[in-house]
Design a protein around this ligand. Structure first.
Ligand code: NAD
Length: 421
C-alpha cells in the first residue's frame, strides 16, 4: 500500500480540487467529478504451465462518462492497486477533454509481473481478464488500450476474446492493436511523438534551438524509447536514458537507435548489460538529477517528489508518464522556475491516435501514416498553444492551465446533460 502522500488517487483529487476551486464549480458538480463513476474489481483463476491454478486480481475503473465512451489503458504490474487505477482513470478524463476528443476516462490493470509469466500464461491471463471485464467494456462503452507492460499482441488477444464470444469481429473494442487486425499506422509511436512535439513547440516558443538542447529520458519503453528516438531525430542531444535496470549517460549524446535495438533483443526489453565507449552507468535516481535542458520522465508515477525536486537541473520537464510529479514537487519546481508540460497534455498523443484508430475501425476505412501524424500534430500543437496562452494570461503553471481547460469542458458536458432521472 502506498503512503497517503504518494497515493496517486489522493494526488489526482488534490489536483482536481485546485482547478475546481479556481473555476468555482458548484459543489454538486465537484462531488460528481472527484470520484470515479464505476469501478469493477475482478478475481479470476488462470491455469499455469506447471498444472497449478493461480488467482489474479484485476480492475477496470470508468471515471466519467459525460463526454462519451470511456477510454484508457490496461497495466500489468505488481504495484497495480485500486487507487492507482482510479487516479489513472481520472487523469484520462482530463486528458481526453484537453485534446477535445469525445471520450471520458477509464483505466484498468492486473496485479501481476508479466516477466514471471510464460507467453502462454500471459495469453490465458489476458483472455480471462478480457472475459471478466467484458461486462463493462465495448466499442461504444469503454475502450481499453496498452499501458505499462501491455502491448499490441495483448490488445489483439483481448479483441479476439470478445470477438469470439460475440461470434463476429469487433475490432473497435480496443485500440493499440497490430495493424494487421485493425490497428492504426502511427499508434505505436504516437505517445512518444506527442512528447517530442511538446519539446519542439516549447523550444519554438522560447527561441531555443533544438540542436542545443540536452535531453534526459527516464523509461525506455513505448513512450520513453520512442520519445528519445524522435527527439534525437529532431536534432536534440539525448545525453541520458534509463529503465528499470538503471541509467546510462554520455555527455556527447547516446546512440539511441542502437540502444533501442539492444533493448528489443534483451530480456524484458531492458538495457541491462548495455555498454558503449563513453557511456557511464548510473543509478536510476541519479539519472533524474543529471544536468540537462529537458527532462522526460516516461516510466512510472511519483518519480519527482519533494525529496528530489530541489536537485532537478533541467529547464523543462515533459511528463511522458502519468503522474510522475507529486504536488509537493510541483510547488518546488514552480518556485525554481522549471516549466512542467503536464502528463494530461504531454502524453495525450497516445489516446489521440487511439481515437483515430477507433474511428477508422468503426468506419472500416484506414488512413495512411502521413494523415495520422499530421492530424496528431495539429491536435497536440493546438492543445499546447491553448495551455501556454492560458498559463501566460493568468500567470499560472502549465499544469493548472491544462486542468482549468480540461475540467471546465468535462464539467460543462455534465452540467448540460443534466441530472438523471
Ligand atoms: P512500457 O512498459 O513500454 O515501458 C516502461 C518503461 O519504464 C520500461 O523501460 C521500464 O523498464 C521502465 N521503468 C519501470 N520502472 C522503472 C523505474 N522505477 N525507473 C526507471 N525506469 C523504470 O510502458 P509505457 O507504455 O512506455 O508507459 C510509461 C508511462 O507512460 C506510464 O506512466 C504510462 O501510464 C504512460 N503512458 C503510456 C501511454 C502509451 O501509449 N503506452 C500513453 C500515455 C501515457
Amino acid at each position: 500500500m502506498k503512503s497517503d502522500r504518494d497515493n496517486p488517487f489522493r494526488i489526482a483529487q488534490e489536483q482536481f480540487d485546485r482547478a475546481a476551486a479556481l473555476l468555482a464549480l458548484p459543489d454538486n458538480v465537484r462531488e460528481v467529478l472527484r470520484v470515479p463513476q464505476r469501478e469493477l474489481t475482478v478475481r479470476f483463476p488462470v491455469a499455469m504451465d506447471d498444472g497449478s491454478t493461480r488467482m489474479f486480481t484485476g480492475y477496470r475503473v470508468q471515471h466519467n462518462l459525460g463526454r462519451g465512451p470511456t477510454k484508457g489503458g490496461l497495466r500489468y504490474h505488481p504495484s497495480v492497486d485500486i487507487d492507482e487505477v482510479r487516479a489513472l482513470a481520472m487523469w484520462m478524463t482530463w486528458k481526453c477533454a484537453l485534446v477535445n476528443i469525445p471520450y471520458g476516462g477509464a483505466k484498468g490493470g492486473v496485479v501481476c509481473d508479466p516477466a514471471q509469466l510464460s507467453l502462454q500464461e500471459l495469453e490465458r491471463l489476458t483472455r480471462r481478464f478480457a472475459t471478466e471485464v467484458g461486462i463493462v467494456v465495448g466499442s461504444e462503452r469503454d475502450i481499453p488500450a496498452p499501458d505499462v507492460n501491455t502491448n499490441a499482441q495483448i490488445m489483439a488477444w483481448f479483441m479476439d476474446t470478445l470477438s469470439m464470444q460475440q461470434g463476429h469481429t469487433i475490432n473497435a473494442v480496443v485500440t493499440g492493436k497490430p495493424v494487421e487486425v485493425g490497428g492504426s499506422l502511427g499508434r505505436n509511436e504516437a505517445t512518444g511523438r506527442g512528447v517530442s512535439l511538446m519539446v519542439r513547440e516549447w523550444a519554438r516558443r522560447h527561441g531555443r534551438r533544438l540542436d542545443q538542447l540536452n535531453v534526459v529520458v527516464q523509461g525506455f519503453g513505448n513512450v520513453g524509447g520512442v520519445a528519445a528516438a524522435l527527439l534525437a531525430e529532431l536534432g536534440c542531444r539525448v545525453i541520458g536514458v534509463g529503465d528499470a535496470s538503471g541509467g546510462y549517460v554520455c555527455r556527447d549524446g547516446l546512440d539511441i537507435a542502437g540502444m533501442r535495438r539492444y533493448a528489443a533483443h534483451h530480456p524484458r526489453r531492458l538495457l541491462a548489460g548495455y555498454s558503449a565507449p563513453g557511456v557511464e552507468r548510473i543509478a536510476g535516481d541519479a539519472l533524474l538529477e543529471t544536468p540537462c535542458d529537458v527532462l522526460v520522465p516516461a516510466a512510472m508515477e511519483n518519480q519527482i517528489t519533494d525529496r528530489n525536486a530541489a536537485r532537478i537541473r533541467a529547464a523543462l520537464i515533459v511528463e511522458g508518464a502519468n503522474g510522475p510529479t507529486t504536488p509537493l514537487a510541483d510547488a518546488i519546481l514552480d518556485e525554481r522556475g522549471i516549466a512542467v508540460v503536464p502528463d494530461i497534455l504531454a502524453n495525450a498523443g497516445g489516446v489521440t491516435v487511439s481515437y483515430f484508430e477507433w474511428v477508422q475501425g468503426l468506419q472500416s476505412f484506414f488512413w495512411n501514416e502521413h494523415d495520422v501524424n499530421a492530424r496528431l500534430e495539429h491536435i497536440m500543437v493546438d492543445a499546447f498553444n491553448q495551455v501556454c496562452d492560458l498559463a501566460e494570461q493568468r500567470r499560472i503553471s502549465l499544469r493548472l492551465a491544462a486542468y482549468l481547460l480540461a475540467v471546465r469542458r468535462v464539467a460543462d458536458a455534465n452540467i448540460i446533460r443534466g441530472l438523471y432521472p
